[in-house]
Design a protein around this ligand. Structure first.
Ligand code: FE2
Length: 205
């Protein structure tokens, strides 16, 4: 009997905006490679790795939360983490000119960082201080907003924190546009592209 071909469990969602929507901060060329090649490769590799493992039927978020306990499945963790992180990252950004933080979010940033400007500085410090590849995050930790950094594919779910916003500081996120000038990229993203509404929606989830 011919075996039915199953659709892959994990798929690459389209970007939530056009590839050129984040210019000039992030070029269309960078987004095309970053989403169409890098993010796609994590998803495709994950789909090749999971058949026959305990993660075959798990959701992406479930894999990220559980797989760290299985040292022998490090490749699954890396690809699942990166697939999840990138989907979250695309939504952490929005074209320039969007609304500022709501009054409610601004109050929380004031309470936990001293203000919106101080939060932006903390996020920049985390993004610039991450040695090598990784991520900077705004998270909710026991009711308090915090900024953290994670290496490689790690993310706040593995630390039982609620992620609110992410910035990708792997070189592939900026090298075509900024070469080694990570600070210029990070500051432009933080000043112009943060999706405050996404952070607010995550807070309420
Ligand atoms: Fe990336």
């Amino acid at each position: 009997m011919e075996q039915a071909t199953l659709a892959p469990l994990h798929t690459l969602a389209p970007l939530p905006y056009a590839e050129d929507a984040l210019e000039p901060v992030i070029s269309q060329r960078t987004l095309a490679f970053h989403h169409g090649k890098h993010h796609r490769a994590y998803v495709d590799t994950l789909n090749k790795l999971i058949p026959g493992t305990p993660f075959e039927s798990a959701t992406l978020e479930d894999i990220v939360r559980r797989v760290g306990r299985f040292w022998e499945h490090g490749a699954i963790f890396n690809n699942a983490g990166q697939a999840w992180n990138h989907a979250f990252y695309w939504n952490s950004l929005r074209p320039a000119g969007g609304p500022p933080p709501s009054a409610a979010l601004a109050r929380r940033l004031e309470a936990d960082f001293g203000g919106v400007a101080q939060f932006k500085q903390a996020l920049a410090t985390a993004a610039l201080g991450q040695f090598g590849s990784g991520w900077a995050w705004l998270v909710l930790d026991d009711g308090k907003l915090k900024v953290i950094q994670t290496a490689n594919a790690d993310n706040p779910l593995t630390l039982s924190l609620k992620p609110l916003l992410a910035i990708d500081v792997w070189e592939h996120a900026y090298y075509l546009d900024y070469q080694n000038r990570r600070p210029d990229h990070v500051r432009a993203v933080i000043e112009q592209l943060l999706n405050w509404q996404f952070a607010e929606a995550n807070l309420e989830r």
